[in-house]
Design a protein around this ligand. Structure first.
Ligand SMILES: Cc1ncc(COP(=O)(O)O)c(C=O)c1O
Length: 424
């Protein structure tokens, strides 16, 4: 880097608070280390990326008579036809919304990550609280903390069931400490979650809404369904908070994406909002970000969704992830990990195994275990990054998104071999 003699600028509070996400360090490690098998990144499977669907869509756009408007700026909210097609998808998932005119309440974004960022920006001041899953999606936790908000974990038991008495206790504590008014949102990754692979069952989702309402904590629900499409055999049966009566009184935003189930590189995500005023403010913020996400990517998706290319492709992706999950699981089992006291659920969708190491095995990024794994050629996401508060350092998020099945099996064996050494 060239030497600069100029003084550095005085940064804003946000400029000072922001930290390069810890995973960026992991990605750099993966690139620097030849032969490393990375089960860290939540990237998708190159072998099932929909090349033919994109080629057909690009050709169809090029063959359209008239101006190539798709290569021009679009609108901040997103292309009207795409919003209509996305509204149809939402109606497929939530059939009771079938008669509603939904597309005016859609916002198309640069991945759902941008929608999540703008949502938190539109709701939270520094010091505000967001209630989150335990564990939660670490890049959302990074958004909240970089904007000065404080993630506070909802209470779940070891099976991922919501603990209503503990939730009552938490809300009571927040009231007694005078902080309950600082709770500005609830964030759930409710289907095949990143990192836990779990889905929130409908009774628990309903109980959460009911309990919050009983305590007058009527704050926006941010429901992130990034992996809802990525079930292996059958969709998860829970309805979204959009259609559960227990959430009716709450403003709700439903965050979905065309990246994880289809193409991460096209980076099109979207949000549906139940509240017109909130959406208008989100649009105003997005306008200052970029006055609209890639018009071309959106036009491609109009073609792809319009011709049924999404529907025909996604089943292949689902089958691929199921096989890859099994390969990683088998590698871990063959390496003897369960005999060492490690536990995990077998997910029924999504892209992650969430591995619990025995107490005392520190899987943190700067610890000996993580270093030994990198030396042995396997990289994972340390689970402590996935806790909004009171981090636990004996978890690993293992992604089967990128690697091929034989590599995943090998990555599992390498991880288990390190665990064998540390168990002695
Ligand atoms: C739970 C969850 N939500 C949102 C995102 C953001 O994805 P994208 O911006 O590609 O839509 C991710 C990406 O990993 C995720 O895991």
């Amino acid at each position: 880097m060239p030497v600069s003699h100029a003084t550095s600028p005085r940064l804003s509070d946000l400029g000072q608070r922001a930290r390069l996400p810890a995973v960026a360090k992991l990605m750099a490690k993966a690139i620097e280390t030849p032969g490393l098998l990375s089960i860290a990144a939540g990237m998708t499977d190159n072998s099932t990326l929909p090349v033919a669907e994109f080629v057909a869509a690009a050709q169809a756009l090029a063959a359209r008579p008239g101006d190539p408007e798709y290569l021009q700026y679009g609108t901040t909210q997103g292309r009207p036809k795409l919003r209509r097609l996305l509204a149809d998808r939402l109606k497929f998932w939530e059939p009771t919304m079938a008669g509603l005119d939904l597309d005016p309440r859609f916002l198309v974004t640069t991945g759902s990550q941008q929608a999540l960022y703008i949502a938190v920006q539109s709701l939270c001041n520094p010091g505000d609280i967001v209630l989150v899953d335990r564990p939660s999606y670490f890049a959302f936790l990074d958004i909240a903390t970089s904007l000065g908000a404080r993630p506070v974990s909802l209470p779940y038991d070891a099976e991922g069931r919501l603990q209503v008495p503990a939730l009552e206790e938490l809300l009571g504590q927040l009231k007694r400490s005078g902080e309950v008014g600082r709770v500005k949102a609830v964030y759930l990754v409710s289907y095949f979650s990143n990192p836990s692979g779990r889905s929130l069952n409908e009774a628990d989702k309903a109980a959460l809404g009911r309990t919050l309402a009983a305590h007058d904590v009527i704050v926006p629900l941010l429901e992130d369904v990034a992996y809802r499409e990525l079930y292996f055999d059958t969709p998860h049966p829970s309805r979204s908070g959009l259609t559960l009566p227990e959430w009716e009184a709450f403003p709700r935003m439903y965050f979905a994406t065309l990246t994880k189930p289809f193409s991460t590189g096209a980076k099109v995500g979207y949000a549906y909002c139940t509240d017109g005023k909130w959406l208008a403010q989100m649009l105003a913020i997005k306008g200052t970000h970029d006055f609209g996400s890639s018009n071309y990517s959106q036009a491609l998706f109009e073609e792809i969704l319009g011709r049924g290319g999404f529907e025909t492709h996604v089943p292949k992706v689902r089958r691929g992830y199921k096989l890859k999950m099994q390969a990683l699981h088998e590698g871990l089992v063959e390496g003897g990990l369960p005999d060492l006291g490690w536990t995990w659920d077998i997910p029924t969708g999504g892209m992650y195994l969430w591995l619990r190491a025995p107490e005392g095995c520190d899987t943190g990024m700067d610890g000996d275990f993580c270093r030994a794994c990198v030396q042995s050629g396997v990289l994972y996401v340390p689970g402590d990054l996935c806790f909004g508060d009171r981090p636990e350092n004996n978890w690993i998020r293992a992604s089967y998104g990128v690697l091929a099945p034989d590599q995943l099996r090998e990555a599992g064996r390498r991880l288990a071999a390190v665990a064998q050494r540390f168990a002695r």
